[in-house]
Design a protein. Structure first.
Length: 200
């Protein structure tokens, strides 16, 4: 992992946030007046295989990144993030056992449902389904850990143009053995943003 200065990511986020404003009206309601043929044309342009860099905040609130994140859109309803390292998910986790166990876990595909909401630029809402990681703590006990992402939120979305593709996910917390063990939203008042920037 490579630690980056915050300024480059802020520039990316500023540009993308200007696009996000197109998704909502003044009251924050998602607007979608696209016809089925509009949506089909957008999906046709969205489909493909993407390689990019994941940006996230580390435990010291610095921007960190991991290169070589692969994601794929090959159908009309889901996209798949193929090799996102679990180590990127736990940068803000205070539970040392959970953090250490997930850092050693193998990447699992993250399947995301999506819905196209804008065609100029092309944008879609993203609803990631957290994969189950089977991990082992230092005492030998085995646990199932599932990251929880926020759904149906205008800050959980993707966009694509002729040069770039961008995904942003909002990490809410973690379930350990089906119980919510780490809840960033209640601890901090906000979910943890994670951004994947890809170049065509």
């Amino acid at each position: 992992m490579k630690t980056l200065k915050l300024i480059p990511l802020l520039a990316v986020c500023a540009a993308v946030s200007m696009l996000t404003s197109c998704l909502t009206d003044d009251e924050g309601t998602v607007q979608n007046s696209l016809t089925p043929s509009d949506i089909a044309l957008c999906i046709q342009q969205m489909k493909g295989s993407y390689d990019g860099r994941l940006f996230f905040y580390d435990s010291s609130n610095n921007v960190d990144s991991i290169d070589g994140v692969h994601w794929l859109i090959d159908n009309d309803t889901t996209l798949v993030i193929k090799n996102l390292s679990p180590a990127a998910l736990v940068s803000r986790v205070s539970d040392k056992e959970l953090k250490a166990a997930l850092e050693k876990a193998e990447p699992q595909p993250i399947v995301c449902k999506y819905a196209v909401v804008n065609n100029n630029p092309i944008q879609w809402l993203v609803n990631p389904v957290g994969p189950a990681y089977d991990v082992e703590y230092s005492d030998g006990s085995k646990h199932e850990v599932v990251p929880v992402f926020i759904h149906n939120h205008t800050s959980s979305y993707g966009t694509v143009d002729s040069k770039h593709a961008y995904l942003q996910l909002l990490l809410y917390g973690f379930y350990v053995d089906q119980k919510l063990a780490t809840d960033f939203y209640n601890y901090t008042g906000e979910a943890i943003p994670m951004a994947i920037l890809s170049y065509k």
